[in-house]
Design a protein around this ligand. Structure first.
Ligand SMILES: Nc1ncnc2c1ncn2[C@@H]1O[C@H](COP(=O)(O)OP(=O)(O)O)[C@@H](O)[C@H]1O
Ligand SMILES: [Mg+2]
Length: 312
């Protein structure tokens, strides 16, 4: 059974609702569950009507929650870099470097990398403690870029290690008249940090492509755009060998529509459901009904119980 479950999909389809309901369902089964929201537009706290931040907060028996943000994580990371620099370089250089750090920390790539780092940290550090770790992710494009990061970062760090080894060698030649030994390279602080990061990313990559550990669930509505977008996203994830376990079709209209407008709407929905069945025929599909009211902690059980009937 999968331990790490990502919920993805277009904005507004019901990712937060479905991931929170699923978390309540698994916690109800007695499984120790952690739900992590990574969407900058957070709403896990809205659903549970509880303030959730980057400290683990208990929601109910067996269910803890976290909300993490790329912006906050990248700021924290850059602050730690600044602090380390202060100790080793002169104030004039610190000022110049700070300018560069400021420029780097507002670039979107930095926030994504910082968010990714935090997600890896949670996966690797909390996997022992929890039976389920559920990620409520940001809309599709954002998440896909995030998941392709290990490939990019892995080779980038590899090249940084090679560059640093070269300069350690040069320094050793100048100071000791010989090339750096294996041990010299291992003891180098910069290489140590880079290696640690490389190991972390390799570990994440392994988890991401191991379909016994991780699965991706897409939430869609029976409408054209979410179906098209998700079909593309599934293909991309499978290209990266990231397993897609299931599709949730959320907000299904009731059967007993009498009004002409809604009867037509229901007809249209049927047409899209056929397309969904055909497009995702090799995936488990779970249909969730549209509720009269928004889903909150008092009615979440209605949706949570639906997960009992499926093998997502
Ligand atoms: N099955 C449902 N029945 C009724 N309202 C729903 C259902 N699923 C989601 N909603 C509502 O739709 C809105 C968007 O859902 P949300 O889970 O926040 O989407 P996302 O996280 O994908 O942006 C919210 O107001 C939520 O309460
Ligand atoms: Mg959401």
């Amino acid at each position: 059974m999968n331990k790490i479950i990502f919920f993805g999909g277009k904005g507004g389809v019901g990712k937060t609702t479905c991931s929170a309901s699923y978390a309540v369902y698994e916690a109800g089964n007695g499984l120790k569950t952690l739900i992590v929201s990574t969407d900058p537009a957070h709403s896990t706290s809205d659903i549970f009507e509880k303030k959730i931040n980057d400290e683990i907060t208990n929601i109910m028996p067996n269910l803890d929650a976290l909300e993490i943000s790329g912006e906050k994580e990248s700021k924290a990371y850059m602050d730690s870099v600044r602090l380390n620099l202060k100790r080793v370089v002169s104030p004039v250089i610190v000022k110049e470097i700070n300018k560069q750090i400021d420029a780097a920390s507002i670039s979107p790539g930095t926030e994504e990398a910082a968010l990714f780092d935090k997600m890896i940290e949670i996966i690797t550090e909390k996997a022992e403690e929890y039976d389920r770790i559920i990620f409520d992710t940001a809309p599709t494009g954002h998440t896909l870029r995030l998941l392709s990061l290990p490939e990019l970062l892995g080779s980038w760090i590899d090249s940084l290690i090679a560059k640093r080894s070269k300069s350690v060698n040069l320094m050793s030649m100048a100071l000791k008249g010989r090339k750096a030994s294996e041990k010299d390279l291992e003891d180098d602080d910069v290489i140590k940090v880079l290696k640690k990061r490389y190991d972390k990313i390799s570990k994440a990559k392994k988890i991401m492509v191991d379909n016994k550990m991780l699965t991706f669930i897409f939430v869609i509505n029976a409408e054209k755009l979410p179906i098209d977008e998700t079909e593309k996203a599934v293909r991309i994830l499978e290209k990266y060998n990231i397993p897609v376990g299931g599709i949730i079709v959320n907000k299904i209209l009731p059967d007993d529509m009498t009004d002409e407008f809604w009867k037509n709407k229901k007809e249209q929905e049927k047409k899209y459901l056929d397309i969904i069945e055909e497009t995702f025929k090799d995936k488990s599909i779970l249909k969730l009904p549209l509720q009269q009211e928004d889903i909150k902690s008092d009615n979440i059980k209605i949706i949570a119980d639906r997960f009992a009937k499926c093998n997502i």
